[in-house]
Design a protein around this ligand. Structure first.
Ligand SMILES: Nc1ncnc2c1ncn2[C@@H]1O[C@H](COP(=O)(O)OP(=O)(O)O)[C@@H](O)[C@H]1O
Ligand SMILES: [Mg+2]
Length: 260
């Protein structure tokens, strides 16, 4: 019997610094620690999710860029990480050029979707860490995915720009990927000392209802330190509040996907 293929989730928000990469790394690792096979696709030229799982970007030979432009097979570019069950398709700054180079290529929106068909049989979940823009790279992520996970930072203007993301998701659904749905919204960098954070939670819950994850990710220094050690929080400091939150997020994610 052919193996079922992975559920592909794009982690997207065109705002930078809202917790996309942190969520991609730590949800990915959390799922792997809970026995799921996970591929993390780094679709951001900044390469934060690659370095965050311990990949030395200077040593990357084949990356998301080569896979998208057709110079490499995806299985040749995927690397293992220090977490059993978590693999990564790493990115380097060279991926920045793809935003322009892809324009003239055939099926420019479907390059990632096409490449992933060769790999999905090996995984339960593929998490695609999108760049902070709504350009062709993000469109490739949204076209490859069946679900979008939107991290929203608990800060002023949290919802600003989200409606633009939602209309882009609708455009992709109408034009290239009718299956695409918003799977969830994750509130990140919650600061319990401020009424602002609580206000944002209420606003987002009002806007997105049950699509919003019950698990809220707190703002903690340990979460911001872990990437410089190339470790997901679960490995870096498993007793920390950030580790507890991402473990719980992975559980909630698995429940929503009928996995427990
Ligand atoms: N919950 C958190 N607590 C503290 N710092 C965080 C948290 N989430 C992310 N950060 C830090 O905030 C910055 C932006 O997060 P990142 O995940 O890279 O956002 P994005 O991928 O959306 O640009 C990074 O320096 C990251 O380490
Ligand atoms: Mg990022």
């Amino acid at each position: 019997m052919a193996k079922a293929s992975a559920t592909i989730v794009a982690i997207a928000n065109q705002k930078g610094g809202v917790g996309k990469s942190t969520t991609a790394i730590n949800l990915g690792a959390g799922l792997a620690f809970q026995d799921e096979k996970v591929l993390l696709v780094d679709l951001d030229p900044q390469g934060n999710s690659s370095s965050g799982v311990g990949i030395d970007r200077a040593l990357i030979d084949l990356s998301t860029y080569e896979v998208l432009v057709g110079d490499a097979a995806i299985e040749d570019a995927i690397e293992p990480t220090s977490v059993t069950g978590l693999h990564v398709l790493p990115a380097t700054i060279g991926l920045a050029g793809a935003e322009i180079e892809l324009v003239s290529l055939m099926n420019r929106e479907r390059r990632l979707a096409h490449a992933l068909t060769e790999a999905v049989g090996e995984y339960d979940f593929v998490l695609v860490d999108c760049p902070p823009s709504l350009g062709l790279l993000t469109i490739n992520g949204l076209t490859a995915a069946t679900e979008v996970l939107i991290p929203i930072q608990c800060e002023y203007y949290a919802l600003e720009g989200v409606s633009q993301l939602v209309s882009n998701i609708q455009l992709v659904r109408q034009n290239v990927n009718p299956q695409l749905d918003i799977e969830g919204v994750v509130l990140t960098m919650f600061d319990g000392r401020t009424t602002l954070s609580a206000d944002v939670v209420a606003q987002v819950r009002q806007h997105f209802g049950d699509t919003t994850y019950r698990t809220i990710i707190p703002r903690t220094v340990r979460l911001s330190e872990a990437p410089s050690y190339g470790e997901p929080i679960e490995a870096f400091d498993p007793m920390s509040r950030g580790a507890i939150a991402y473990r719980e997020l992975a559980r909630e994610f698995r429940r929503r996907h009928g996995r427990s």
